[in-house]
Design a protein around this ligand. Structure first.
Ligand code: PLP
Length: 362
């Protein structure tokens, strides 16, 4: 049975994207590959209309975490210091990365259920003038919260530090003002809001951020500077996952034809509005207020009359894969993402299946 994925990536593919993987076999040292890669890099910059003289899309084979790890290890210089703002599992993952590579960092960890403590961030940055970079997650998929990168960017500008963003679950569907928000680099992936296949990840970076400072080389495989230099020369340092490049290429064409990120934002917003309304009617409480949520995923409190295991089983039996909470939230919430190729009829069926699985027994 075909399953509809309501987990935050990978997503249900369109037939068109799936079929694109059947394009001809090519070698990554040949001109066909160079053309494919050039096209992808141009299209990825076009998602947020970034000019190619100031910005670059750096492609790599890996999951979203590879892009985040490449960004952190390639952008923070050896004599730099990083402030990591955490309010969920993905913020915490960035601290694990910094720690694994021996990068000088400090973590500012807040509650998973609260937004950024902007005053605290400002104070930390002012208290220690060694900080050169701040890293934060845009859409914290742990709870569905859309973090205020705009306000964080203002602070970074005032204090004079650079901003690195994990945009893995927001790129392609949320507002991202790269220039205005002072973003130096943003990590993302093919298989979330862009509706591609898992296997290709990328970092959108200011060229100056990678080229104007002596690049640290903490990693052989995840060295963004090396990828950028070689990709600018139409090459690639390593074998790339060509079939997932094909799929991303097709997914981006589909994306632009449908109206770009604004259209995707409207689509996801309306899907989640239907799901949220259905659940509220059943007495299921959303974890966060609507204004705090991304358009990509919402989290809901498990009602006392249903367990996650049973809810997941019932939904899966109907053909829908929902997602559990992480960490201490695992016992308390479930998550539903709006990404992927889902028809209006399927959305109705999802709401009906949720009603079946979550109505309170009389
Ligand atoms: C999905 C996701 C990632 C990357 O996860 P992978 O499993 O490596 O693809 C990173 N950050 C956020 C916010 C995510 O949602």
């Amino acid at each position: 049975m075909t399953q509809i994925l309501l987990n935050p990536g990978p997503v249900t593919l369109s037939k068109r994207v799936r079929t694109a993987m059947l394009r001809p076999d090519i070698c990554h040292r040949e001109s066909e590959f160079a053309e494919l890669q050039e096209g992808l890099r141009r299209k990825l910059l076009n998602v947020y209309e970034l000019p190619p003289d100031g910005w670059a899309a750096v492609l790599m084979t890996g999951s979203g975490t590879a892009a985040v790890e490449a960004m952190i290890t390639s952008c923070v210089p050896y004599d730099g210091r990083l402030l990591i703002v955490e309010n969920g599992a993905y913020g915490e993952r960035m601290s694990r990365i910094a720690s694994a590579y021996g990068i000088s960092y400090e973590r500012l960890s807040g509650s998973w259920e609260a937004g950024f403590n902007l005053e605290g961030i400002r104070k930390s940055l002012l208290a220690n003038s060694d900080f050169t970079h701040v890293a934060a997650v845009h859409h914290e998929t742990t709870t569905g919260r859309l973090n205020d990168i705009n306000a964080l960017g203002d602070i970074c500008r005032q204090v004079g530090v650079r901003l690195l963003v994990d945009g893995v679950s927001s790129f392609g569907a949320e507002t991202l003002e790269f220039e205005d928000w002072q973003i130096d680099a943003c990590a993302a992936t093919a298989n979330k809001c862009l509706h591609g296949v898992p296997g290709t990840a990328f970092v959108i970076a200011r060229r100056a951020a990678l080229l104007e400072v002596p690049p640290p080389s903490r990693s052989v495989y995840l060295d963004l500077h090396n990828y950028l230099v070689q990709q600018d020369e139409k090459g690639t340092p390593f074998t790339q996952s060509i079939q997932t490049f094909y799929a991303l290429d097709e997914a981006l064409d589909e994306f632009f034809e449908a109206g770009g990120w604004q259209a995707r934002q409207r689509l996801f917003t309306s899907r989640l509005a239907s799901i949220r309304q259905t659940l509220i009617k059943l007495g299921v409480e959303p974890l966060l207020h609507e204004n705090e949520c991304s358009c990509v995923l919402h989290a809901f409190a498990l009602p006392e009359w249903q367990t996650y295991t049973e809810l997941h089983r019932m939904m899966k039996e109907s053909g829908y894969v929902i997602y559990a909470g992480q960490g201490t939230l695992a016992e308390r919430i479930f998550r539903i993402s709006a990404m992927g190729d889902i028809t209006t009829a399927t959305l109705k069926a999802i709401c009906a299946a949720l009603t079946d699985a979550l109505h309170e027994a009389p």
